[in-house]
Design a binder for this molecule. Sequence first.
Ligand code: FPP
Length: 256
Amino acid sequence: MKDPVELLDELKARIDPERVPGHVAIIMDGNGRWAKQHGEHRIVGHANGVRSVREALTGAREIGVKHLTLYAFSTENWNRPESEVNALMDLLVKTVVDELAELHANSVRLKAIGDLESLPDTCRDTLKDASRRTAGNDRITLTLALSYSARWELTEMARRIAVKAKAGELDPASIDESTVSANLCTAGTPDPELLIRTSGELRISNFLLWQIAYAELWFTPVLWPDFRKEHLFNAVLDYQSRERRFGKTSEQIVPR
Ligand code: FPP
């Protein structure tokens, strides 16, 4: 019987390096259910999810993904019990502080998107500091979506464009798709080509609605704390087996 390391290497070797998605986005879900299954408090599920973040990041980096965006805390998550919200914010700060040197050593650039002003001061300051320190890294960009929802982002975008138009900096007639993209939190980042959601839920839950217009979707029943590199590699292999037509016919994509 082959050992797990060998099996993982074989899986990785099957990935075509020429067709690795440049941007992978993940809806990390199932921490609470994982904790329940293990007879633990929900926060233990979140704490165990940190290892999965590490696996997803190192796996993505190894195969050449340039952008990894993780949905870490949605606008709607503020409605959770205060104790869980506080524990999640503390976990986030601790993780970023603990991992910063390692991220830097591996040329990872850290970014945060969302309504960052609504985060507790320590959380916002830690993220700002980590983003500033890693700004020169270019192997992979890890973007954490925090206090984020796509409807919030799209509303902000509309407001920004309206302000510029009112100030005479922008002609409304010139507004096109690129204007919209340039006024989102993800401005300058290519759209995700692959969106992964764990825990068996088949929803997008207000994540990157504009940006995933043409993303391939990959769902797995695996709960986030159990997510490992092998799951990421399987998602990428599945992505590579799909024909991305962008509205064209199959014959236009692969002339027969
Ligand atoms: C969803 O599971 C998970 C979250 C809302 C939080 C994700 C946070 C982490 C993995 C912690 C560390 C993150 C970083 C980026 C360092 P859920 O609680 O909705 O699970 P459930 O649907 O089973 O209840």
